[in-house]
Design a protein around this ligand. Structure first.
Ligand SMILES: CC(C)(COP(=O)(O)OP(=O)(O)OC[C@H]1O[C@@H](n2cnc3c(N)ncnc32)[C@H](O)[C@@H]1OP(=O)(O)O)[C@@H](O)C(=O)NCCC(=O)NCCS
Length: 162
């Protein structure tokens, strides 16, 4: 079997990738639904507007992992400027999802490797992410530990909408 970096590649998503990113994001569950994964992605006006906003936001990057021309993974990186830590920015990772059919082949690890390289190149002091406690047993926490993250902080959340 070829190493993952030969089968899979990671790049920054661009304006024309909204459909691909949404197609991966709709697979954001521990296992596929019994009725199978829908191939259709209806893009809403709100999603189009949000995508525009994302692309126009400095320091915010959406990544796309591909197998050939097929989108198989996505993740986001936000590099937040900081006055503390000698003005070194902090990196935040969000929305890490890999398509069901391509899991356990190193796609998430490849995306996180690229993100950590980019965060390092941006001069970040630390990289933070939150993963819900329900991911303790479905692979999420194991994934982050496997690339070096430690669960050394307590995560706090307050939901502002129902
Ligand atoms: C979690 C998720 C992103 C992993 O993606 P992936 O491409 O399958 O992960 P990788 O193949 O790169 O796995 C890297 C390592 O993470 C750990 N890991 C990943 N999935 C795992 C699972 N289901 N069970 C146990 N360990 C797992 C393993 O240590 C794995 O290394 P190994 O395969 O050599 O043992 C994917 O399952 C997913 O999209 N889940 C739904 C969304 C989600 O839960 N996101 C993250 C939580 S915030």
């Amino acid at each position: 079997v070829a190493p993952p970096e030969i089968q899979y590649s990671v790049r920054r998503a661009s304006a024309s990738d909204l459909f691909e990113v949404l197609a991966v994001l709709q697979q954001n569950a521990p296992s596929p639904p019994l009725e199978g994964v829908s191939a259709t992605v209806a893009i809403s006006k709100e999603q189009r507007a949000t995508w525009k906003r994302i692309l126009a936001t400095p320091n915010l990057t959406v990544y796309l992992a591909e197998h050939g021309r097929e989108a198989v993974g996505t993740a986001c990186l936000l590099v937040m400027p900081n006055l503390t830590y000698h003005c070194q920015p902090t990196a935040f990772i969000e929305a890490v999802v890999v398509a069901y059919a391509h899991r356990r082949r190193g796609v998430a690890r490849l995306m996180l490797g690229r993100i950590l390289d980019d965060a390092r190149a941006a001069g970040c002091h630390k990289v933070q992410l939150l993963s819900h406690k329900r991911h303790a047993d479905d692979g999420g926490h194991q994934l982050y530990r496997s690339v070096g993250f430690e669960a050394e902080a307590e995560g706090f959340r307050l939901y502002l909408s129902a």
